[in-house]
Write a protein of this length. Structure first.
Length: 257
């Protein structure tokens, strides 16, 4: 009998929340921070026409995750991930340079090339153009990192993932189908997928669709409500998650709605 996927949600700062998770307790982490360069894109060109709406909330942009915080984020992500696991970070090309440099600097402090092994940037082709000024953006990077060594489940998948951008949804919402590609590649049914910047819960829905558990966090109360509704609709059960049998076991009741 197939077990019903479970989920737990928290409403707080992403890094602070990660600090509450046990060491080596996460099988796969996929996330999409509200990166700093979004502010620049909003300030010029076509993005000056952004208005407060369901699809483009000015209040959401107040929760920008600034570049100076990436060192603490990457260190916490590394700590909570299991010995052989993958980490995917959605970002634009400008933020990709920042994150890559931070990963290298953290690695040098430990006497290696990077904190994580950086494989490559995957390209998320959104089909339709979006924000920008000189050559409006049609794609986004998904930085592919590895802790330890974990083989992808299908070595025949291309490094360009094409799917139309979500229109009229939560700000910068990613299609569930894109996260499903990453989850199929880097986890197995029953394992735990985590997203500390979950937004409306797209990664969580993808995880539940594929029989994985999900633990997510976002600083926005609106995100909590939307994610909770979507995860319930996908058939997941709300309950504290046992992240690792070796950790006592430790259950998390993190802001469950």
């Amino acid at each position: 009998m197939t077990r019903t996927p479970r989920y737990s949600l928290a409403e707080r700062d992403a890094v602070e929340w990660l600090r509450t998770l046990p060491d080596a307790s996460v099988d796969l982490l996929i996330t999409d921070p509200a990166y700093e360069s979004l502010e620049k894109h909003r300030a010029i060109g076509t993005t000056t026409r952004l208005k407060k709406s369901k699809g483009s909330s000015n209040a959401w942009f107040q929760a920008i995750f600034h570049n100076v915080r990436f060192p603490e984020l990457l260190q916490e992500v590394f700590r909570v991930m299991k010995a052989d696991a993958h980490f995917y970070l959605f970002c634009d090309p400008e933020t990709a340079f920042v994150v890559h440099r931070v990963n290298e600097e953290l690695g040098r402090a430990l006497g290696r090339d990077g904190l994580f092994k950086f494989w490559k940037p995957l390209v998320f082709d959104k089909v339709r153009i979006g924000m920008g000024y000189h050559y409006r953006a049609r794609y986004e990077f998904i930085l592919f990192f590895e802790k330890g060594k974990r083989k992808l489940n299908d070595l025949g998948i291309a490094d360009v993932i094409t799917h139309p951008r979500v229109l009229g949804g939560y700000p910068t919402e990613k299609p569930v189908a894109v996260s499903e590609v990453l989850i199929r590649q880097s986890s197995a049914p029953g394992e735990l997928v985590v997203d500390p910047f979950m937004g409306s819960g797209s990664v969580g829905v993808a995880a539940v669709n594929l029989g994985r558990d999900f633990c997510g966090c976002d600083i926005s109360s609106e995100a909590q409500t939307m994610a909770d509704e979507r995860l319930r609709a996908a058939g997941a059960e709300v309950m504290p998650l046992v992240l690792d049998e070796l950790h006592s076991p430790k259950q998390l009741g993190l802001g469950i709605r």
